[in-house]
Design a binder for this molecule. Structure first.
Ligand code: CMP
Length: 299
């Protein structure tokens, strides 16, 4: 059965309402970041995290290895960690019965942490396995940050974006409210020239390379690099309906904040800088490309 723990019995249970837990970030590749993000969004109990909370969970997880047949979680224990499986196979057991198996990309161990109950099931490694771990105290500290604190953080970043820095705070707050976060591993195509698209991107971490097809050249040519605080993806939302260039994540990967077409139109699309921007495509002899994969699509 599930045992509910008494609240507030010791100093240890005071992370509720207390923000003194320092958030320590652990480096990880951007493929892992995306795996963690997808796993969290796929978990019914965790998928409603705010984008800022999601980002912090991703940044604060660290890796452990577990050998075949070792237990990660034992039914009835107090929960100290939340996990995301990264490699190998895990078995979920309750009262000695197998409830299910989990491969990579699954978030688990959330119930005891979210509901302050004992572990509802055991989780055992069915092969050598690797997983991402988040300490309970850190998870709770991330959850306890108020909406206001999170919004202030986002606004602070948005104000550092040259395109947006002159906007009044209430407008920045509205943009902060609709931002999502997305991770791209090195060499991943974030955008492909010729595809249709509905997303605007602001780079929060890392760098991208922009390439474009130009008349007289076989291969797409590099036309610029973009870094933290730069944006891309606005053209397909403003005038062209197709992406006018490729955008590729450089090593070690890229973290973007994204805005969808509707929010972009109401909050960002009327900025003069965007309307007046001339990338020099004509002078360069840029060629309009229609991506073949899209021509056949039903969109
Ligand atoms: P928690 O109770 O903290 O620890 C055990 C975890 O196993 C639990 O959180 C869930 O993440 C997971 N779990 C519990 N029941 C099931 C089930 N029936 N199928 C798959 N996973 C489960």
């Amino acid at each position: 059965g599930v045992r509910t723990k008494k609240q507030g019995v010791s100093g240890e249970s005071s992370p509720f309402g207390q923000n003194s837990v320092e958030l320590k970030y652990f480096d990880k590749d951007f493929r892992s970041k995306q795996l963690i993000k997808d796993a969290i969004l796929d978990n019914d109990f965790l998928k409603n995290l705010e984008p800022t909370q999601l980002r912090e969970v991703v940044d604060c997880m660290y890796a452990i290895n577990v050998k075949t047949s070792h237990y990660v979680i034992k039914e009835g224990d107090d929960g100290q960690h939340v996990y995301v499986s990264a490699e190998g196979e895990l078995e979920v057991m309750k009262d000695g019965k197998l409830l299910g198996k989990m491969g990579p990309g699954r978030a688990f161990g959330e119930l005891a942490i979210l509901y302050n109950c004992t572990r509802t099931a055991s989780v055992r490694a069915a092969s050598n396995a690797r997983m991402w771990v988040l300490d309970r105290r850190v998870f709770q500290a991330i959850m306890m940050k108020t909406g206001l604190q999170r919004q202030e953080e986002n606004i602070r970043f948005l104000r550092s974006v040259p395109l947006l820095k002159k906007l009044p705070t209430d407008k920045l707050a509205k943009i902060a409210d609709v931002l999502e976060v997305d991770f791209f591993h090195e060499h991943e195509y974030i955008l492909r020239e010729g595809e249709t698209g509905d997303t605007f991107f602001i780079i929060r971490k890392g760098e991208v390379r922009v390439t474009q097809n130009v008349s007289g050249k076989e291969e797409p040519q590099e036309i610029r690099m973009l870094k933290r605080g730069d944006y891309f993806g606005e053209k397909a939302l403003l005038s062209e309906d197709r992406r006018t260039a490729n955008v590729i994540a450089l090593p070690p990967g890229v973290e973007c904040l994204t805005v969808d077409r509707d929010s972009f139109n109401t909050l960002i699309g009327d900025l003069n800088e965007l309307r007046e921007k001339d990338y020099g495509d004509e002078a360069r002899g840029a060629q309009r490309v229609i991506s073949p994969s899209i021509e056949n699509s039903t969109e």
